[in-house]
Write a protein that binds this ligand. Structure first.
Ligand code: ATP
Ligand code: FE2
Length: 335
């Protein structure tokens, strides 16, 4: 087995990545669309992906000193995600697989976030707190599947941060800027109390919700509270809710590792809260480097390699994308 190419195109990011024959990844080569205003328009994102795919692939090959002959498989995100975006990745993957005469393998994007974390952090059987723009799920492996133990009932946490930020004039992606504003606020006002900036805390059983918090945060700014304070409160409330469900998942499953994944896992405050929670339970907390938290082609390559090794390739007629693919639909055959 040589290198596996991975193609990621579920939403705003188009990315090529790779892993070697033992599953070790190299940094991906990516481009993402920043909407001028409003959210991501799926068709505009798809156009961006088409326009950038050729140059990005060349950059990946050049950077790693590889030629097409070095690849023995092509993997792509089959879902979940935005239809027009997924279709571009799938089309590029089918073309390369035919050109290079190597097997094609369609993978589950959410499962890829788990497998890249396991690979680069060296954990074995974690509870995954998967926090991205479109997804917020608490996942654990039980009986040959990654089961969704809890998830958001409305919008993803990253989506909530991006929407809140956008309304305050902060361009996409808003999460990193919200983090900076929150940090600056608490550094300058270390005696701030959350009770002065209270927002809805929506944990329902093992599930979460963020749209009520978004509305309340919006009102808080309109009422004149400082933006930094509201950013801080938004983070404290929403992260605490996620970490609480992750902790409950550890307790229910008896697992002793918690792994963070998805773009929001870049946030240092969330990382700290997660490791504090793990520390209190004598569990271990793991977080991949930022480049493996955000959407990246290398995670698709890692999962594609595993699926080929333990299962089979994806025939052309089965390679259609599935916008609504669920984390627990993919059989997990490896240990
Ligand atoms: P998915 O398809 O898995 O839902 P995605 O399309 O949202 O993924 P990701 O790259 O996983 O893409 O995540 C992007 C999200 O991560 C954006 O919402 C962005 O605001 C958020 N994000 C990135 N960095 C930070 C940060 N430091 N703090 C908070 N959120 C962040
Ligand atoms: Fe993602």
């Amino acid at each position: 087995m040589g290198f596996t190419l991975g193609i990621e195109s579920t939403a705003h990011t188009f990315s090529f990545g790779l892993c070697d024959s033992s599953g070790h990844p190299q940094p991906s080569v990516s481009s993402f669309i920043r909407p001028e205003e409003g959210g991501i328009h799926p068709r505009e994102a798809a156009d961006h992906h088409v326009e950038n795919s050729g140059a990005l692939l060349k950059e990946l090959l050049d950077k790693n000193n590889l030629t097409p002959e070095d690849f023995t498989a092509v993997a792509f995100s089959q879902g979940p995600g935005l239809g027009p975006c997924l279709r571009i990745g799938a089309a590029v993957a089918r073309t390369l697989s035919q050109e290079w005469k190597v097997p094609l393998v369609g993978v589950n994007h959410c499962v890829a976030h788990i497998e890249v974390g396991r690979e680069v952090c060296g954990c074995s059987d974690p509870v995954l707190l998967y926090v991205s723009g479109g997804n917020t799920q608490i996942i654990a492996r039980l009986g040959g599947r990654y089961r969704i133990l809890g998830e958001t009932l409305d919008i993803g946490i990253g989506n909530m941060l991006d929407k809140f930020a956008r309304e305050q004039g902060i361009p996409f992606p808003g999460g990193p800027r919200v983090e900076t504003l929150a940090q600056e606020w608490i550094d300058a006002n270390p005696d701030s109390r959350l009770s002065d900036y209270e927002l809805p805390y929506a944990v329902q059983g093992m599930d979460l919700a963020f749209s009520g918090l978004l509305t309340a945060a919006r009102h808080m700014v309109l009422k004149g509270k400082p933006l930094g304070a509201v950013c801080w409160s938004v983070q404290e409330h929403s992260f605490a809710a996620c970490v609480e469900v992750a902790e409950r998942a550890l307790a229910h499953t008896g697992k002793t590792e918690v792994l963070l994944g998805g773009g929001v896992a870049c946030n240092q405050r969330l990382r700290d809260m997660c490791s504090m929670m793990a520390g209190e339970r004598s569990a271990q907390s793991f977080v991949p480097e930022k480049m493996y938290c955000v959407d990246n082609g290398s995670m698709i390559a890692i999962l594609g390699r595993l699926q080929l090794l333990y299962g089979e390739d994806t025939e052309l007629r089965q390679s259609a994308i599935n916008q609504h693919l669920r984390t627990n639909e993919t059989p997990i055959l490896w240990s």
